[in-house]
Write a protein that binds this ligand. Structure first.
Ligand code: 13P
Length: 248
């Protein structure tokens, strides 16, 4: 059985005052029936981890692939763990675009995350141009092959399918399109890592998940939860998404 996961990516949003949203979320879900994860900016991670306690897991949004060293401005997986993180989002399309991160970069970072005992949430997804003019599954297959290290297990890997054109746009793929990609990711994981790991690894959908569309998305096969951006910033928005996942 795959335990469902409601994950929030705060991106470059959130100051100390925003931690009241975490307290509110915890109060609304004192014993959630699904895993709940929030990934704040690194500046908030330690404080958020204290507020979140054992109820809500916390994670980073990126890390360096080295343990430490002369890398000004960078943060290692061990540092994120030290600040309370259990997960690290890697290869988000915004990092692939803003920082030219390649599949190889993501794979090296994922190795570091797994070696530090953390869970890598590896993001894949096609652009609108790729969706319209290329073979989406081929694009996703290439990203999976290049970004996921051989060290992956069902315990240290979560895959997030985030079509770039659905992020922050209010547009989502059709449910058939989501199902097609999630089934493909499941098959790909089973072929590479064997049925045990393949069937047990969680696959999240991300891109404009809202309280209003969460229930229908969570009913799609092989959708084990969501990676939520904008709607994870406020407890009033994220809470009904958690509830929808609990009821899925
Ligand atoms: P939105 O939910 O704001 O579309 O963002 C999705 C996302 O990129 C999560 O990582």
């Amino acid at each position: 059985m795959r335990r469902k996961l409601a994950a929030g990516n705060w991106k470059m949003n959130g100051l100390g005052a925003g931690l009241s949203e975490v307290a509110a979320l915890k109060a609304a879900h004192p014993a959630p029936g699904v895993d709940v994860l929030l990934c704040p900016p690194a500046t908030l991670l330690a404080r958020m981890s204290e507020v979140a306690g054992d109820t809500i897991a916390t994670g980073g949004q990126d890390c360096h692939d080295a343990k430490n060293g002369a890398h000004t401005g960078d943060i290692s997986a061990a540092m994120l763990a030290d600040a309370g993180a259990s997960h690290v989002i890697l290869g988000h399309s915004e990092r692939r675009q803003d920082h030219d991160e390649t599949d190889n970069d993501v794979r090296q970072k994922a190795k570091a995350v797994m070696a530090a005992g953390l869970i890598a949430v590896i993001c894949v997804g096609e652009s609108l141009d790729e969706r319209e003019h290329a073979n989406t599954l081929q694009i996703i297959g290439g990203q999976l092959a290049g970004s996921i290290p051989d060290a992956a297990t069902a315990a240290n890997l979560v895959v997030a399918y985030e079509p770039i054109w659905a992020i922050g746009t209010g547009k989502i793929p059709t449910l058939d399109q989501i199902g097609e990609v999630h089934d493909f990711i499941r098959d790909t994981l089973e072929r590479r890592f064997g049925p045990g790991v393949g069937r047990s690894t969680r696959i999240l959908y991300g891109g404009s998940v809202k309280p209003s569309n969460a229930t229908e998305i969570f009913a799609v096969s092989n959708v084990d939860g969501a990676l939520v951006g904008g709607a994870s910033l406020k407890a009033a928005d994220f809470s009904p998404i958690i509830t929808a996942l609990e009821q899925a």
